[in-house]
Design a protein around this ligand. Structure first.
Ligand SMILES: [Zn+2]
Length: 319
């Protein structure tokens, strides 16, 4: 080969290398906004990409639940009802025959068979109380009962150890947080606030009522205005609203405030547990550009400021 020819080949090769390099840089620039890294934070959104969720949860299954559930149905609200199966059919409680019909469209959940103070029982008695309740409620509702609330809200490490492995996926205390956080441990689930817990307990104590109602409605307003992920968990007992004062009217006022709001995900407690578990079980590629949703629930996430619907049972290229 002549030396000029060799020189031309080297020159052409050099230009090719330079251009290739430029092309690579341009490609990187063009795709800069869509590049994702394994360090990117994946945030959970509620179904439909919503940022608010509401749980309404009531204990004991007494006859006043008739009125409460009717009111909830009227406002299109769903609830989780924790029942003591051995108390059903006794004075002031619903009958076993009524359970399936009254709570249709809501969740029936456990509250132990006899409403004992669990931390004072032996391990086998704790197990009996929880399993007997599950078993009987499952017979009455015809579906697996997968959660509970602790009688009197009382629990400790001994109780939690005793109920693990019994098919209980969440258990609620009565320790109000007055915030909208999602619990890290479903077996130590603390609600946001007791629905008019102390209101009207003291006859003619209007200062107390004003304070209690003020705090409750302030939290409700804060929830409705919240712009980051917020779970409002309100719990109580229907029988509390039968007492003196105007509690049923207050309950209705509250239901009206939170009903039919397109920004709210209305859910049972187990519904939220299932959703969070589906989110936690998403499978990401190392670079987080792909994700597989193995569950039967569509899961909504936020990454780099964008919302994505990861459809049930699918693999998606999200970046
Ligand atoms: Zn109770």
């Amino acid at each position: 080969m002549r030396s000029e020819t060799r020189l031309i080949i080297v020159f052409l090769a050099l230009i090719t290398v330079i251009n290739y390099g430029k092309a690579q840089t341009n490609a990187a620039k063009a795709g800069q906004n869509d590049v994702i890294s394994s360090r990117e934070k994946v945030e959970m959104l509620f179904p439909g990409g919503k940022t608010k969720a509401l749980i309404l949860s009531f204990d004991d299954g007494m006859v006043a639940d008739n009125r409460l559930v009717r009111l909830m149905n009227e406002y299109g609200l769903i609830g989780t009802f924790h029942l003591n199966s051995n108390k059903l059919g006794t004075k002031d409680y619903l009958t076993k025959e009524e359970v399936k019909n009254i709570y249709k469209g809501h969740e029936v959940s456990g509250h132990t068979a006899n409403h004992p103070n669990l931390p004072s029982l032996s391990k086998i008695d704790v197990i009996y109380e929880v399993v007997e309740d599950r078993k009987e409620l499952e017979r009455l509702t015809d579906y697996p009962v997968r959660g509970m609330s602790y009688p009197f809200g009382n629990t400790n490490d001994f109780v939690i150890e005793a109920i693990s492995g019994l098919g209980i996926e969440y258990a609620r205390t009565v320790g109000d947080t007055y915030n909208f956080s999602i619990p890290a441990d479903f077996l130590k689930w603390q609600p946001t606030i007791h629905l008019f817990g102390k209101t009207n307990y003291i006859p003619n104590d209007t200062a107390n009522d004003r304070r209690e109602l003020g705090q409750f409605y302030q939290l409700t307003t804060d929830f409705l205005k919240a712009n980051s992920l917020a779970l409002f968990y309100v719990w109580g007992h229907s029988w509390e609203y039968e007492g003196p004062g105007n509690k049923w009217a207050e309950v209705e006022k509250f239901f009206k405030m939170v009903s039919k709001n397109p920004d709210i995900f209305y859910t049972t407690q187990i519904g939220l547990v299932d959703y969070i578990n589906a989110f936690k079980n998403l499978k990401f590629s190392v670079d987080k550009s792909m994700v597989t949703n193995l569950s039967s629930i569509n899961v909504f996430i936020k990454m780099k400021g964008k919302a994505f619907n990861i459809q049930a049972g699918s693999t998606n290229h999200i970046f």
